[in-house]
Structure formats: structure tokens, C-alpha cells
Design a binder for this molecule. Structure first.
Ligand code: ZN
Length: 245
């Protein structure tokens, strides 16, 4: 089977549209969204609507949770917090209810999905080092785990007794999955990349071939920025889309 895997959309409709259009050409049977559908971007409702129409399996991200509950936001920076406040105010009740039903972890045949990390997905720990990736690998009952949260396209791989190794894929690439090894894989962000490549990110996992392919796709970043300015969200949230940070 082939899986189209993407996440961290953050209300960026042009980014999501470009990724879905690209995935449509890749003969996938299943769509998986690793969470953070909303927060930061100007079109949370349109993103939820489009995503729900695809039948994708969706995880709950920390921004989704913050936008649909009164959870403490102390650890969000001021820009993220103002985007959460704006999204809370503008999110359609129907989409709010849907987001509230989602979980931060899910199982698929042969692999695990988690927005942030294990063993405590609700703590939203970022996987930013091989040591933190190892914690997730050890807590998982599968050898392949797809994550989101950092907005960086990369893979962590543990082969036999050697230390976990990290490889970044900001311009695309491939990882071959060997069942004897362990992997934590982040497809990157489709709505707010932070790996110095502004293009929208996604991955294809082919379990018969045992291969994950990282891809980037051009999208209408100017339109996404314009919408952010139109609705009065902070200018920095538009600027960072062009930089990929
Ligand atoms: Zn995110």
C-alpha cells in the first residue's frame, strides 16, 4: 500500500491544496495528516473542510488542542498565542467539534503515528535530537513512527547497536525501511516549513517497496501571506512563510 503523509498545515490553504494535488498523482490508497490543521494561518475553516472531504486519518496537534479548548498557552510564543486567539474566535463550531474528537496518537498497519513524541504525546515534546528520537523509538511497539510538530523534514534511524542517526531532507530524498532497524520520520510541514525551504512538504510511504520518499512542492505562498495580512494576523507569520522558518 502507498500512504500520502503530511501535516502541520496551520490554516495554510494554498499549501494544503498544492500538497493534496501533488499526492493525487502518486497513486496512494491512504491519506494521513499528522496534526496541527489550524493555528498561524488565515484559513482554518477551509483547511478543515478540505481535509475532512478527503477522508484522511487526522491526528490532534498542540495548536488544534489549544484552538478548541482552554488549555494553558504559557509555552506558546506571543505570535502563536495571538494566532490561537484569532483561530478560537473564527473557527466554525462544526470544525471545532471535529478537532475535539481527534487523538494525538494513532495506529496504522505496520506503523505508528504521533504528532509530537512518545512516551507522553500530550506533553508535546519536540523531537530535535537523536536522544529524544530514541525515547520515542523505545516507547513504541512498532519500528516505524511518523511524527510532525517540528516542521522539519527529516529521518532518525537506529541500526543495531549503533547510536541513532539523524538525516535531514529539506530538498527531498528517500529512506529505505529495513524491518530490523527503527525509524522516526517527519515529512515536514505543508503549511509553515521551518527548514529553510519555503516549499510545502509531504512524504509517500510505500510499504511493499519499504521506502519513504520526501517531497517538496511549490505553492502560492504570496496568496497565503496576503490572506494572513487581510485578516490582521501578525506580519511575522506571513514573512516566515517566504523564508521557511
Ligand atoms: Zn505545528
Amino acid at each position: 500500500m502507498r500512504f500520502g503523509i503530511f501535516g502541520d498545515i496551520h490554516g495554510n490553504l494554498p499549501g494544503l491544496q498544492a500538497v493534496l494535488a501533488a499526492i493525487r498523482t502518486e497513486r496512494v490508497q491512504h491519506l494521513i495528516c499528522t496534526g496541527d490543521m489550524v493555528g498561524y494561518g488565515a484559513e482554518p475553516n477551509a483547511c478543515c473542510e478540505l481535509l475532512r472531504s478527503t477522508g484522511a486519518v487526522c491526528l490532534l496537534g498542540n495548536h488544534d488542542q489549544a484552538c478548541v479548548s482552554d488549555v494553558e498557552m504559557n509555552w506558546f510564543n506571543p505570535y502563536a498565542r495571538s494566532a490561537v486567539d484569532w483561530t478560537r474566535e473564527h473557527l466554525d463550531p462544526n470544525h471545532r467539534e471535529w478537532l475535539a474528537t481527534l487523538a494525538p496518537v494513532a495506529r496504522a498497519p505496520g506503523f505508528l503515528l504521533v504528532h509530537s513524541s512518545l512516551p507522553e504525546p500530550g506533553k508535546w515534546v519536540y523531537i530535535t535530537s537523536p536522544e529524544i528520537a530514541w525515547d520515542t523509538m523505545q516507547a513504541a511497539d512498532r519500528n516505524l513512527i511518523f511524527v510532525g510538530h517540528t516542521h522539519v523534514a527529516e529521518a532518525y534511524r537506529k541500526v543495531a547497536a549503533s547510536p541513532v542517526r539523524r538525516v535531514q531532507f529539506r530538498d527531498g530524498g528517500e529512506v529505505f525501511i529495513n524491518n530490523g532497524n527503527r525509524y522516526v520520520i517527519n515529512p515536514g510541514s505543508c503549511g509553515q516549513p521551518r527548514d529553510r525551504n519555503w516549499r510545502a512538504a509531504y512524504a509517500i510511504y510505500d510499504d511493499a517497496e519499504g521506502k519513504v520518499t520526501f517531497r517538496r512542492v511549490v505553492y502560492d505562498v504570496d496568496a497565503a501571506c496576503e490572506r494572513i495580512r487581510q485578516v490582521g494576523l501578525p506580519e511575522s507569520l506571513a514573512h516566515r512563510l517566504h523564508v521557511g522558518s
